[in-house]
Design a protein around this ligand. Structure first.
Ligand code: CP
Ligand code: NVA
Length: 305
């Protein structure tokens, strides 16, 4: 597999909905191929990481991915740039495009990421918005494929908030034909904008209210924090999520060989128990490691010659 064969050179990645099913699968193949490669095909390139929200995994895995490909990376927070003093997204994107070969952005509103992509003259990669988290779900797909040997004929269960992670899983499942059942409390469903994307309308997730119903017989069980970055804690939300903790009893309703995924950071004792997170079915550390491998493939496919 050559990075250029994937056909996404120079492209943005704002959501996996932007990629064909074949491109997603090719990226997973390339990431496996690159896993132990530390030569420097991107020598002399510089990748900007512009983060308006905190990060452990995304920031470090992108920095290491760039390094292992021979590229340099520059990490910028909102406070360290003139964005903090009101310089516009468009001006920031146009100027940074004169220095950088790609811009990886973590922000809140997805529309702001789209504005970065619109103004930038270099590829823009979504490092998480309130709507989507494509790099994480690429890593999730790699993790599931490694653990289960396939992405075909799998039943994937989501338990929790209708957030950026579920929404990215919804578009990925639609692209790849994966059966996805999501249990979300009433009032915390995924965004109708995502549910009305043509690919999703053609292959919609099943949304239920009962975690047990979502998980029954599933091959993969996934959850995420009930409070995403930027959201306010409230008694109302906590009450709505009562019964949504992924614990040993809930995991026991899944297939006996089911695996457990969580993008991390976890709020132990809230959306997941220690027993599940640290248990034998959990693949969360492989999932975190795979961020590095898929992002190497992504950077090479976008920037390679
Ligand atoms: N999973 C993930 O995106 O983690 P960070 O917020 O630490 O980057
Ligand atoms: N849904 C979480 C994911 C964190 C990686 C958030 O947006 O905070």
């Amino acid at each position: 597999m050559l990075a250029t064969d994937i056909g996404i050179q120079g492209s943005d990645l704002l959501t996996l909905n932007d990629l064909s099913a074949q491109a997603i699968l090719d990226l997973l193949d390339l990431s496996a191929q690159l896993q132990h490669v530390h030569d420097a095909p991107l020598r002399g390139r510089t990748i900007g990481l512009l983060f308006r929200k905190p990060s452990t995994r995304t920031r470090v895995s992108f920095e290491v991915a760039a390094l292992e490909l021979g590229a340099h990376s520059i990490y910028m927070t909102e406070e360290q740039t003139q964005l903090s003093r009101g310089e516009t997204v468009a001006d920031t994107a146009k100027v940074l495009s004169r220095y950088l070969q790609a811009l990886v952005v973590r922000t809140g509103a997805h529309a702001e990421l789209e504005a970065f992509a619109e103004a930038a003259t270099v590829p823009v990669v979504n490092a998480l918005t309130d709507r989507f988290h494509p790099c994480q779900v690429l890593a999730d797909l790699k993790t599931v494929r490694e653990a289960k040997g396939t992405l075909a004929d799998l039943e994937v269960a989501w338990v929790g908030d209708g957030n950026n992670m579920l929404q990215e899983w919804i578009v990925a499942a639609a692209q790849l034909g994966i059966r996805l059942r999501a249990a979300c409390p009433a009032g915390y469903d995924p965004d109708p904008v995502v549910l009305s994307l043509p690919n999703v309308v053609a292959h919609p997730p099943t949304i239920v209210r009962s975690p047990a119903e979502a998980v029954r017989g599933a091959d993969v069980v996934i959850t995420d924090t009930w409070l995403s970055m930027g959201q306010k804690d409230s008694d109302q939300k906590r009450q709505a999520f009562e019964g949504f903790t992924v614990d040993e009893a809930l995991m026991a309703k899944a297939d006996s060989e089911a695996i457990f995924l969580h993008c991390l950071p976890a709020h132990r004792g809230e959306e997941v128990t220690d027993g599940v997170l640290d248990g034998t079915q959990s693949v969360v550390l492989d999932e975190a490691e795979n961020r590095l491998h898929v992002q190497k493939a992504l950077l090479l496919a976008i920037l390679g010659e």
